[in-house]
Ligand binder design. Sequence first.
Ligand code: MEV
Length: 425
Amino acid sequence: MNNANYSSRISGFHKKSVDERIALIADMAGLNDTERALMGNSGNLDQEIGNHMIENFLGTMTIPVGIATNMKVDGRDVLVPMATEESSVVAAVCNAARQSYDNGGFITSMSGTRMIAQIQLVQVSDPYHARMAILERKEDIRLICDACDPMLIKLGGGFRELEVRVIDTLSGPMVITHIIVDTLDAMGANAVNTMAEKLAPFIAQWTGGRTYLRILSNLADHRLARARCVWRSEDIGGADVRDGMLLAYHFAEADPYRAATHNKGIMNGISAVVLATGNDTRAVESGAHAYASRHGRYTSLTRWEVTNEGHLAGSIEVPMAVGLIGGATKLHPMAKTALKILNVQSASELARIIAAVGLAQNFAAIKALATTGIQKGHMSLHSHNIAMMAGAVGHEVDQLAQILVAKGMVRLDIAEKELALIRGS
Ligand code: MEV
């Protein structure tokens, strides 16, 4: 029984061993033996590593990892690991990629691997004067930033550009310095945050103002991944299907309510690869949505057009702050394995493949939506989840799922009744 009167004030919880923490939480929350064992099972992540990755670690939550097949990116066939709990996500990418494969697949590019860090300067009565004073120090700033990360410099990265903006805020004008740093194969949050913290006192000294925030921007618009692809009209079911898909895009382009869902579908694909490779899903998600609003109105991350030949051309441009080194990418054995399967040589290559997956996902979603609707495919995949929720095991899962789809009623109550019938017969 859950001990409803427990106190969440637990001093020194982080100092306890993992087993002690599990025992304590299990007692407080009234977990049974099965639930305790579940908390203690860290799956494919070594308990020791997990315990160092986050504070107050207990265990892991396993998310299915599947492979998107049929993907051809820049002429290379790639197998793409995707971590997602949503039934139709992997299938959608496989499907979209299959329909583009014979026409060459996806072509990608990248604007660079540069990250922005921001330094907030306040309490300056002459913000435009201060802005100039900072801009004049570009070479000093380069030296200060580059001294923070000799390894990055050795590899060819480091400080690249300086931007200083004066913004109007509720507290009056602020002078915002952007340092733009090429972080190469690292996502780069640590590198640029360290530089921003190092630089801030100098900025305060040069301007007589006071600095507060020193942190990267997730609107990584110097790190744009781009992908494009042409689906031949005859490969996707003809001009009617193509035109329905265009109308779906025009809807998303014009309406933020639709664009949010349209982009959510894109992120179904993107976040699944970002997660499987141990990268930061929230960084990529916030960057994508901020980028989708960059002209002052939230809109589609993809564009869809018709080529001269009457084929469907899709493209996507999206900030993609992912790395091959640092964070969980190098620590989590599953992330390392996912990167090995992808066989990518650089963060840019990874980012470009992820953009292609986002485009593929969007193709599949708008095609389904503009034709049969999303529920048919979705429910047929989801029927397996419902079957398992009803208690089906082994061969029962497929059998029950098929019955639910045939009946057109993928519902838990029906599944329970049908399972009883299967077992009774
Ligand atoms: C569901 O997870 C994603 C979709 O809603 C995307 C879309 O509507 O474009 C199907």
